[in-house]
Design a protein around this ligand. Structure first.
Ligand code: BES
Ligand code: MN
Ligand code: ZN
Length: 495
């Protein structure tokens, strides 16, 4: 898909679909008024008759309007805009516009949203979110269907601006939105791939492939032997139950001076989580193919960073393993020694994410990072606490936490901060090792974060628990591409 900013004349410029806002109020925005007058008051008449609803997110498609040189006109309800609309309502209306547009045969479209006012947001933000939403709406995953869904027809979107001087900046915003969607698309596809395809080795190849196509990017993959040498007994205790070798995947992107400290993103890459010997119940277990969505999201973010050629240094670490029950698998009660030297009593083999992450987080120390953010589908308890709307955020650094929270709001990819207080740490006490890998039934998402916090004391660190936000269940089952948008926003602020 292509996006371009343009000063476009509404009535005379030729587009296969004009997209116009309709507000709930006495006066329509200037662009919509222009169209209304030229086309026999069609908008006013449809509003009067009730066929057109001005409420937020509604759509109505008109075709072949004499008086307008475009073939179609898609009217989008904005809702009440006495002053401005909320960011959330803007997101809703661009999403329904994208959906409605994708159902038309239009190959190109011209959007006239310059009159929409969004509280606390500028024109560029609107353009960026629109490009992201429109290209996200065209995402399909039909690799494994014999008959493919019809290819989306929409190829070019013109974002109309009022003044020529806005063109350059708006184009930049559109490009950022498109790059965000591209990263999200990669994250979704890696997430949606089945566990028999997307194995640790597959993720390692994904890293090598990305590194081959970009000079600033290099990839390194550590297998069992190298991890043994590093003393990653915790990571390996998870991988050893599977026939698939575990991989620690490291990607280094050098977009800034060598001397500049890198950001480090660490992704949980459990390509399938059966629970191991502490086997999960069967219902919906297929969804545990999504247990590598943290990994998928850091790959996706890297992809966006590369596309935008951000002037930062970024290290991406993926802890990839399959959690299986077998004669070689870890058992409850087993004690392992992590790379940090700390010993862990594995009381539940289903709490495997933290076991692979702790060694990846210790490994991250060698990069002398500016900040480390891990992303993980870590706990069912986080889904109970926050549901599907907010990612759980934990941090040992208030400034980092606040920056991430704000990035989430700006990116429409929200997180909510959870406590990482010392009071919770004692839940991890073990009779036989330095710590247990589970903290009991209370505050399961918090105690998982507390476990990780014991391995991240030497740098500013944040943990994103995306168990509730990384994929949709039910009829719309599929990965969401979250939190690529949040992470990219954060990295762009640091650039
Ligand atoms: N991958 C799961 C967490 C998960 C569960 C994410 C459901 C999304 C939906 C993780 O490895 C896990 O199994 N966690 C356990 C931890 C428990 C044993 C302390 C959980 O949440 O039940
Ligand atoms: Mn598990
Ligand atoms: Zn898991």
């Amino acid at each position: 898909m292509k996006f371009q900013a343009k000063v476009a004349e509404l009535l005379t410029h030729k587009s296969q679909c004009l997209v116009l806002p309709v507000v709930d109020g006495k006066k329509q925005p200037p662009a919509t008024q222009t169209f209304d007058k030229a086309c026999g008051n069609i908008v006013s008449r449809l509003l009067d008759s009730g066929d057109l609803k001005p409420r937020n997110g509604s759509t109505l498609l008109l075709t072949q309007q004499p008086g307008c040189s475009s073939e179609r006109v898609l009217l989008i309800g904005v809702g009440n805009m006495d002053k401005a609309i909320s960011s959330d309502n803007y997101a809703k209306l661009i999403n329904s516009a994208a959906l409605a547009l994708s159902r038309t045969p239009a190959k190109n479209a011209s959007v006239f949203f310059g009159d929409i006012k969004v509280a606390n947001q500028e024109e560029n933000w609107k353009a960026r979110q629109l490009a992201k939403a429109f290209s996200n709406a065209l995402y399909r995953f039909d690799d494994f269907k014999s008959s493919k869904s019809a290819k989306p027809t929409l190829k070019t979107v013109t974002y109309s601006v009022k003044q020529q001087k806005q063109v350059t900046e708006t184009n930049k915003a559109l490009k950022t939105g498109l790059a965000t969607a591209s990263g999200m698309s990669l994250a979704k596809t890696l997430g949606n791939l089945p566990g028999n395809v997307c194995t640790p080795a597959y993720l390692a190849n994904q890293a090598r492939k990305m590194a081959r196509s970009e000079a600033k990017l290099s990839a390194k993959v550590l297998g069992q032997k190298q991890m043994q040498e590093l003393g990653m007994g915790s990571f390996l205790s998870v991988a050893k139950g599977s026939d698939q070798e575990g991989k620690l995947i490291v990607l280094e992107y050098k977009g800034a001076k060598k001397s500049e400290a890198p950001f480090v993103l660490v992704g949980k890459g459990i390509t399938f989580d059966t629970g191991g010997i502490s086997l999960k119940p069967g219902a919906a277990m297929d969804e545990m193919k999504y247990d590598m969505c943290g990994a998928a999201s850091v790959f996706g973010t890297l992809q966006s960073v590369v596309e935008l050629q951000l002037p930062i240094n970024l290290v991406v670490i993926v802890a990839a393993a399959e959690n299986m029950p077998s004669g070689g698998a870890s058992k409850p009660g087993d004690i392992v020694t992590s790379m940090s030297g700390k010993t862990i009593e594995i009381l539940n083999t289903d709490a495997e994410g933290r076991l692979v992450l702790c060694d990846a987080l210790t490994y991250a120390e060698r990069f002398k990072p500016k900040a480390v953010i891990d992303v993980a589908t870590l706990t069912g308890a986080c889904v109970v606490a926050l549901g599907a709307h907010a990612t759980g955020l934990y941090s040992n650094d208030d400034k980092l936490a606040n920056t991430l929270l704000q990035a989430g709001v700006a990116a429409q990819d929200k997180a909510w901060q959870m406590p990482l207080w010392d009071e919770y740490q004692s839940q991890l006490d073990s009779n036989f090792a330095d710590m247990a890998n589970i903290g009991g039934p209370k505050a399961g998402s918090v105690t998982a974060a507390c476990f990780l916090a014991r391995f991240t004391e030497s740098y500013p660190w944040a943990h994103l628990d995306i168990a509730g936000t990384a994929w949709h269940s039910g009829a719309n089952k599929g990965a969401t591409g979250r939190p690529v948008s949040l992470l990219l926003e954060y990295l762009m602020q640091g650039a």
